[in-house]
Design a protein around this ligand. Structure first.
Ligand SMILES: [Ca+2]
Ligand SMILES: [Ca+2]
Length: 220
């Protein structure tokens, strides 16, 4: 660095003050290695009008030196998840774009963006679907990682919204089918087995995702 220059680090941005006094701004982009993003996401329903907290996850955005990046736009891109439908209305602070199949939010002063995303799968008693890592997570355009997406409201049908007993029929078809389908891997451990069945039974028992989207419904 040249003599007489001052470097300030604030809000994830470096400001160089040289002898010119002009103050050139140098952005510090998000660093995938310094940031954290989930490897598995649970796209949930609602209960008593509120999103099921089981679906909460956080993305922490940091620049390479480890400082948090406030105000970073975090995009969860579900365009690789063909068997997922998002709700047209998400939690406050989350912006859904049905056309691009994305949900976005922004990091706070701590560099953390928090999400709970609602939606349903297109699983009517089995059939094709996404495998592992269908969602990609970006911060300011930088890909931080990919996540497997599980969806306990398997059928998402108008006649069967929310997590209810007919979702069990669709789950059991996935369990018996042999191919790995992320929508039914509720604990995100990379396999669909009886532990996921146990998770679905527990959700049925508590009713935590028993409601579907708000009145605006699912994305077309
Ligand atoms: Ca259902
Ligand atoms: Ca599992």
């Amino acid at each position: 660095m040249r003599r007489g220059s001052v470097i300030l680090a604030a809000a994830g941005v470096l400001i160089l003050l040289g002898p010119e006094g002009a103050g050139a701004r140098v952005d510090c982009p998000p660093s995938p290695s310094a940031s954290t993003a989930p490897a598995a996401i649970l796209v949930v329903g609602r209960h008593l009008g509120e999103p099921d907290p089981a679906g909460m996850f956080a993305v922490t955005v940091r620049e390479l030196a480890g400082s948090p990046v406030p105000g970073s736009m975090v995009v969860v891109d579900f365009s690789g998840c063909d068997d997922l439908r998002l709700c047209q209305e998400q939690a406050p602070g989350e912006i859904v774009d049905c056309a691009s199949h994305t949900v976005r939010g922004f990091t706070g002063a701590d560099g953390v963006a928090r999400f709970v995303i609602t939606g349903a799968a297109r699983n009517l008693r089995g059939g094709a679907g996404a495998g592992a890592g269908c969602a990609r997570i970006y911060a300011d355009g930088v890909m931080l990682g990919s996540a497997t997406v599980a969806v306990p409201d398997e059928n998402g049908a108008v006649a069967a919204p929310g997590v209810e007993v007919t979702d069990m029929v669709s789950f059991l078809a996935d369990l018996a089918g042999g191919a790995y389908l992320g929508r039914s891997d509720f604990d995100g451990d990379g396999i669909v087995d009886v532990r996921d069945l146990s998770t679905l039974l527990r959700m049925l028992g508590t009713g935590a995702s028993s409601e579907s989207c708000r009145s605006s419904g699912l994305c077309p």
